[in-house]
Design a protein around this ligand. Structure first.
Ligand code: URA
Length: 197
């Protein structure tokens, strides 16, 4: 944990809480959690019911799978940082709207700038397309992309992995690549390029 980053994140939390122009303000703010000095930042779509209740990202069924899979590769959930592109729950867990993603974008951008991870692992299509607009989840999950100085490794959403054994196998297989990507990130030749913000 880095105190300077923690202070900046606290400040950012306050900015989001006080921004009356943001959509979905009837739901709780689920800011994100984990090690602010991490190498890998996992970014999902938007909080669900359980996340809204507990004000923590990825704590429902999909979240339990995420935590378990992080542990399977020898890491701890507390070692990484976990957040979402949209920081409040859309009603009935519907997909986030483009304008909601856009409204929260400046805050996610700042959060990434404060944490400065080496690797961003978007979870699922929405988060992947936020960073890589032309990517296709089945084609590109598990590949390494570069956005400026950050590597982006899109992964299946854990909720999708829970839907079939083949998706689960793919999810776990791509996850297993992460330690090596972290270790080798300086030497990696990225698959493609895009823009971060
Ligand atoms: N799904 C997401 O995309 N994010 C969460 O925090 C929980 C479920």
């Amino acid at each position: 944990m880095n105190t300077e980053k923690e202070n900046k994140l606290q400040e950012l939390f306050g900015e989001i809480e006080n921004d009356a122009s943001l959509p979905l303000r009837e739901s709780n703010l689920v800011f994100g959690e984990g090690n602010n000095d991490c190498e890998v930042m996992f970014i999902g779509e938007a909080p669900g019911q359980k996340e809204n209740e507990l004000r923590r990202p990825f704590v429902g069924r999909a979240g339990q799978l995420l935590t378990k899979t992080i542990e399977e590769i020898g890491w701890k959930r507390e070692d990484v940082y976990i957040t979402n592109i949209v920081k409040r729950r859309p009603p009935m867990n519907r997909d986030p709207l483009p304008e909601e993603i856009l409204a929260y974008k400046p805050y996610l951008t700042k959060q990434i700038q404060i944490i400065r991870p080496k690797i961003i692992a978007p979870l699922g299509r929405f988060s992947m397309n936020y960073f890589l607009p032309d990517a296709k989840i089945t084609r590109d999950q598990g590949k390494v992309f570069r956005l400026g100085s950050v590597f982006v490794v899109p992964l299946l959403h854990p909720a999708a992995a829970l839907r079939s054994s083949s998706m689960m196998a793919l999810f776990r297989e791509s996850f297993k690549k992460l330690p090596r990507i972290v270790e080798k990130h300086k030497e990696l030749v990225p698959h493609d390029q895009g823009t971060l913000v």
